[in-house]
Write a protein that binds this ligand. Sequence first.
Ligand SMILES: NC(=O)c1ccc[n+]([C@@H]2O[C@H](COP(=O)([O-])OP(=O)(O)OC[C@H]3O[C@@H](n4cnc5c(N)ncnc54)[C@H](O)[C@@H]3O)[C@@H](O)[C@H]2O)c1
Length: 256
Amino acid sequence: MTKRLEKKSALVIGAARGIGAGIVARFIAEGAQVVLADTELAAGQATAQRLGASFIETNIAHARDVDAAVAHTVEQFGGLDILVQNAGIYPWTLIEDIDLEEWDRVMAVNLRGTFLAARSALAVMKQKNYGRMVFTSSITGPRVTSPGHGHYSASKAGINGFIKAAALEFASYGITVNGVEPGNVLTEAITEHRSQAFIKGMEDSIPLGRLGTPADIANAVLFLSSDEASYITGTTIIVDGGQTLPEGKDFRIRPE
Ligand SMILES: NC(=O)c1ccc[n+]([C@@H]2O[C@H](COP(=O)([O-])OP(=O)(O)OC[C@H]3O[C@@H](n4cnc5c(N)ncnc54)[C@H](O)[C@@H]3O)[C@@H](O)[C@H]2O)c1
């Protein structure tokens, strides 16, 4: 480790488990002081304690919670240098069956949450004329999609549009705004709820031959959060093992 985030304070939202927990672990290994925010009290506290972060219970869909999480980070560490909004929900429902409540819930967490986090962090970051914002988008929506992901795809494509607009508006405050687009990542949720056959099928569709890990995504988030990425803003990094590259189903160089 190179202590790339030494003396930096970070707020990572949606990090009790999965990709977010991987981001917190990587940030702490690189010397950052981290607040972990999540709706899940017990799991969030346990992960924060295990990794050495401070925890705050936060529902990203609610403005007052987001403001409280930002204020908590400033109180704990004297400022906020890095914001990561990673919380996202992904119910599987065909468009004809999505009711208004479900559509609004997905938008409230994935898209409104992104806006609320950016707005709240901006107020603090602009005082120091420094900031890094990183949002977890997805290849699903911006690049590809599959049945059952109408609301999810719309929300993630919306995040990419928001990243560009925020990057432009915040540039004069020394704040960069970027995102990551994970492919299929092997999190606890996938290991617990999906069969080995499902996972093998996914692996076969990925040129690099394996699913991603939370650490793969965390490494890209770390780069965008570091000073090395100071001239990068308004963009996303696809971290998908090449999954979105093939034109056709069989991409082997020597198909039988
Ligand atoms: N796992 C993948 O393959 C994959 C692929 C592409 C994109 N993503 C995106 O990566 C992010 C993390 O995914 P994951 O697979 O680790 O998910 P996960 O469900 O394992 O973890 C998500 C975390 O966010 C928290 N959360 C949910 N709603 C919240 C809210 N309203 N406020 C605060 N916290 C909330 C959950 O409690 C959980 O700790 C999501 O935005 C997801 O859309 C995941």
